[in-house]
Write a protein that binds this ligand. Structure first.
Ligand code: DC
Length: 225
């Protein structure tokens, strides 16, 4: 058992396996997990529905005021709702991935989601995964991980995920999209993707998921009260 209720962050690039690992880590230690990328995807989807261009920050800022995103836990699954509509599956397309990466560079979107994410962390005992969780949203987090893997391995993982959803997509396109998103996410002015100075780096390129999670559990359980 853990000695106290921690805030744990896992940041890293697309396709590194953050969602799977966060979910498994949280289950092992009896914590909740929050996939913050889903929130950026939710904003991307809802603003697209309203016909707003991904560059129109004023219109997106205005739209954010009436977007009501909330998570619900259903069995083992974390579902994202917009109002009372379950948008969990709709936000996973590659088109929404690219749009999420674009809108996530906007200050209006980041400040809107900063408030929401910090509120979700108030109860503690949570694993947050994203890009800036350990650097910007929870700089005081108790344990920070940076999970990475080789580009080809990440592209392969994302490709298999999209295939399993039934998307008609080819590997080269998925790999190209991953590289574009990495570049966008790492080079934007606000809260770029980078490891926190005190993050524990985990390279999952040649490790099984179970080994990654074992390693994280070992780090987390070594924290003193
Ligand atoms: O983790 P993901 O692929 O679902 O994230 C979608 C996009 O959202 C990603 O390209 C960048 C953005 N994002 C972010 O800027 N900050 C986060 N904490 C999480 C995601």
């Amino acid at each position: 058992m853990l000695k106290k209720e921690l805030v744990i962050t896992i940041d890293g690039p697309s396709g590194a396996g953050k969602t799977t690992v966060s979910k498994m880590l949280a289950a092992r230690i009896g914590y909740r997990y929050i996939d913050t990328g889903a929130l950026y995807r939710g904003i991307a989807l809802e603003t697209q529905r309203q016909g707003i261009s991904a560059d129109d920050e004023d219109a997106i800022a205005l739209a954010c005021k009436s977007i009501d995103l909330r998570f619900r836990i259903e069995g083992d699954d974390l579902r994202l709702f917009s109002g009372d509509r379950d948008i969990s599956d709709m936000i996973r397309s590659s088109q929404i991935s690219m749009r999420a990466s674009k809108v996530s560079a906007l200050g209006a979107v980041r400040s809107f989601l900063t408030v929401l994410q910090r509120r979700l962390g108030e109860e503690r005992a949570v694993v947050f995964e994203g890009r800036d969780m350990g650097t910007v949203i929870f700089p005081e987090a108790d344990v920070k991980f940076f999970l990475d893997a080789d580009t080809d391995i990440r592209a392969e993982r994302r490709y298999l995920e999209l295939k399993a959803r039934g998307d008609d997509i080819d590997f080269d396109r998925v790999r190209r999209d991953i590289v574009v998103r990495d570049t966008n996410d790492s080079n934007r002015k606000l809260a770029p993707l980078k490891p926190a100075e005190d993050a524990v780096h985990v390279d999952a390129s040649h490790m099984g998921i179970e080994d990654v999670v074992d390693k994280m559990v070992a780090v987390v359980t070594s924290i003193r009260p």
